[in-house]
Design a protein around this ligand. Structure first.
Ligand code: ATP
Ligand code: MG
Length: 399
């Protein structure tokens, strides 16, 4: 193995929470201020706040940092429960996650959301517990289960039991537009407390990369120029906002750095070279997140894999028809020993994945007969997507 590159590769993985979060002091302060009374005098108040910002702007990592602060500042009296709604898309699944995190033995079946809610409230009242619940990527819950699912969770906090309000709520989303879909009462109760996470500029991305590189890489494995090169790709250019519509994403930048480091290691290079960065940029997923893919059902993953395979084979055209995708999907189902889903179901999957930006769809163009849906994946590297989805399918099937 090439020992020249990594000191601690873990510091470049997506879930790693670094010691310091440069450029997010203000957001962290605001969180502490909003929730201050709940943390100091649990039960005295029900706090609701919202965090919004583009992908990779540090919302999840900042919320987790805030979580550690909550536990310390409340001297362990207030728990912090982080729930990924990309993975838990129904109020039942969210409540179950909250229950488990609070140490409640959650019954496996035969319970409705309402009963589970009662159970949780009883349990925290008996045990005199308080918690801040962070619903991350709340858009998924809304999209999948509708506004009533949020209502149910907001109600969890409104309940005044024993010594007061047991829960406070932090909603996290990429844009404020999700609030328009909420029921009116909930929307107005969220009104004031919105914390914004602006996209990172090139200079900020550079600083973030430098901090991570110091932890993850040997000093001799990189130069500041290499990190600048990555910042240019991933950071917002203050001079040219329009061109930067997709940028400011620290996850993208860190992922490129990790892939470039791996390529250097693989090629037995003593340090990361510009060519490694170029190749890494081509391999890195941009608009699609790994945990969004994990959240797909098995058959959505199989269909996505079919679409990726077919697109890779038909390299002269950017689109494939839904019929072609179905043929490929049936072959893949056979390969994995799965019973294929029906056409109407697959159609729903395509719409669902398109609404989440994993796919693009369009209806057949002028001069073509009939109305067929065509599918493409214009911005993501297919090979990387294939590898990611394939390993998730295998994991889902338990091998
Ligand atoms: N200020 C920062 N300092 C150091 N690392 C950061 C900072 N902001 C983000 N990161 C890192 O960038 C990656 C993406 O951040 P995070 O997951 O918090 O983004 P997000 O806003 O939740 O994005 P999404 O909307 O896609 O979920 C993580 O690995 C995180 O540790
Ligand atoms: Mg996030």
């Amino acid at each position: 193995m090439n020992m020249a590159i990594f000191k601690n590769e873990g510091a470049l993985t997506p879930d790693y929470v670094p010691d310091k979060l440069p450029f997010r002091d203000d957001q962290l302060k605001l969180l502490q201020t909003y929730f201050d009374s709940f943390i100091r005098m649990p039960g005295s108040i029900y706090v609701k706040a919202v965090m919004v910002g583009r992908s990779g702007s540090g919302k999840t990592v900042t919320s987790k940092k805030f979580g550690s602060y909550v536990r310390v500042a409340s001297k362990g009296r207030v728990e912090f429960v982080h729930v990924s709604c990309a993975l838990h898309r129904t109020s039942f699944s969210v409540l179950k996650t909250i229950g488990l995190a609070l140490g409640l033995p959650v019954p496996r079946r035969g319970f409705s959301s309402e009963e589970l809610l009662e159970l949780i409230l009883d349990d925290v009242t008996t045990k005199d517990k308080y918690a801040i619940i962070a619903l991350d990527d709340v858009f998924y819950l809304l999209n999948y289960s509708g506004p009533d699912a949020i209502d149910a969770l907001v109600r969890l906090g409104e309940e005044y039991s024993g010594k007061g309000y047991r829960f406070s709520l932090l909603l996290i989303s990429q844009s404020e537009s999700f609030m328009d879909q909420l029921n009116r009462g909930v929307k107005s109760s969220l009104g004031g407390a919105v914390i914004e996470f602006p996209p990172y500029t090139k200079d900020q991305i550079f600083e973030i990369l430098l901090n991570r590189a110091r932890e993850a890489l040997k000093d001799s494995a990189y130069t500041e120029e290499i990190l600048e090169m990555i910042s240019d790709v991933a950071g917002v250019d203050p001079e040219d906002q329009a061109k930067s519509a997709m940028r400011g994403d620290a996850r993208y930048a860190l992922d490129i750095l990790w892939r470039a480091s791996k390529l250097a290691e693989l090629n037995a290079s003593p340090r990361i070279m510009p060519s490694h960065v170029r190749e890494a940029v081509m391999q890195t997923l941009h608009g699609v997140r790994e945990d969004e893919l994990i959240g797909l059902s098995l058959h959505e993953k199989l269909l996505l894999l079919a679409i990726v395979n077919r697109l890779m084979r038909s390299s002269d055209t950017p689109y494939i028809s839904i019929g072609d995708a179905e043929d490929e999907y049936e072959m893949i189902c056979e390969q994995y020993g799965q019973e294929p889903r029906k056409h109407t179901q697959l159609w729903d999957y395509v719409k669902d994945m398109a609404s989440r930006g994993i796919l693009e769809t369009r209806l057949s163009g002028k001069g073509m007969r009939g109305r067929t849906t065509f599918i493409s994946i214009p911005t993501e590297p297919l090979e990387t997507m294939k590898q990611a989805v394939e390993s998730m399918v295998k994991r889902d099937l338990g091998d």
